[in-house]
Design a protein around this ligand. Structure first.
Ligand code: SAM
Length: 310
């Protein structure tokens, strides 16, 4: 039977669900947008997450991504993955800073996690400490290598580029990625309300256009990831680089197929907005019917609109 596809008012199919499992984190990155979440210490139980994912599957969601805060901070993370895995999604992935991956990678793989994206902006100890305000560089690096070893595929490194901080490290990071069969994702810094410094963007924002121009010159092949905000993938000398440019990018929004869930159980129609959240957890906690929960999901989808329009 063909799988159902629900589209929003802008004809964008809803194919993936990004669940922010917690706002807690074991680092404190200077640029962090906290996945666009407002602060809340409330979290959903594994059973509540399971119920929400079951409804998501019913309305056509194919992929689940777990994020945070730091998702591996949750002691019940393996149980959460295992429960989601029992529903039968095409893909379950996680975005993590990698610090706890050495401990959890094997159990997560066994529980059904397909792949990981590890946020890792630098190979330089001082720069790592400057960005994360912690000194876990080796621990995170070992976590990345462990995730390759247990067979997550592909493992991706998310590198947020910052002017005069790490923008000169692309070559070294690509070398590390290529050697370990890891895909490198270069991410444009998004302005974040959470930064204490008013001049943050002016100081650190680094436009990726010039990087892309160079990549076009040297790539052996270039592909566009349809339904993934039309991101470009560059194949270079046996390695792979993806470029993610969410800033003022109408194309990014036009091709967004992702719905989000906040740690305290609200549907979040857009990464960049917090004024149109739809509470679903209260209905889950009231043990309401699948039909009712489905309606709430559709209500959340109905509120979606591109943040950056043409
Ligand atoms: N703790 C996990 C991690 O480190 O990957 C998940 C949460 S983190 C908020 C999710 C992703 O958002 C990371 O890849 C991080 O690099 C990215 N991110 C956070 N703030 C950002 C910003 N201001 N601009 C661009 N990307 C950002």
């Amino acid at each position: 039977m063909p799988q159902r596809v629900v589209k929003d008012k802008f004809e964008r199919p809803i194919l993936s669900l990004r669940i922010t499992l917690t706002n807690r984190c074991n680092v404190n990155c200077i640029y962090c947008h906290h996945d666009g979440m407002v602060s809340s210490s409330q979290e959903m139980t594994p059973d509540e997450i399971y119920r929400i994912c079951k409804i998501a599957k019913k309305i056509g969601v194919r992929k689940i991504r777990l994020s945070g805060g730091e998702p591996l901070i949750r002691k019940d993370i393996v149980e959460i993955v295992s429960k989601i895995n029992s529903i039968g999604f095409k893909d379950i992935s996680m975005t993590t800073n990698g610090i706890l991956l050495k401990k959890y990678a094997k159990d997560l793989k066994d529980a059904g996690l397909d792949r990981v994206n590890v946020s890792f902006d630098t190979l330089n100890r001082d720069t790592y400490e400057f960005i994360t305000r912690k000194n876990y560089l080796s621990t995170a690096k070992n976590g990345i290598l462990k995730s390759v070893e247990v067979g997550f595929y592909p493992v991706k490194i998310n590198m947020v580029l910052m002017k005069n901080v790490n923008e000169h490290e692309i070559k070294d990071m690509f070398k590390f990625c290529k050697k370990n069969d890891i895909v490198l994702q270069l991410i444009e810094l998004i302005e974040s309300e959470n930064c204490d410094d008013d001049n943050f963007s002016a100081k650190y924002h680094y436009k990726l256009d010039s990087v892309e121009e160079k990549l076009i010159d040297i790539a052996d092949d270039i592909k566009i990831r349809e339904f993934m905000q039309d991101r470009k993938k560059y194949y270079i000398n046996g390695g792979e680089i993806e470029v993610v440019k969410p800033v003022d990018n109408s194309c990014f929004c036009a091709n967004c197929t992702r719905l989000r869930i906040t740690p305290d159980g609200k549907i979040k129609p857009c990464l960049l907005r917090n004024d149109n959240l739809v509470d679903i957890i209260k209905h889950v906690r009231n043990n309401e019917s699948d039909e009712k929960l489905e309606k709430i999901f559709l209500n959340g989808i109905n509120k979606r609109e591109p943040f950056n329009k043409d």
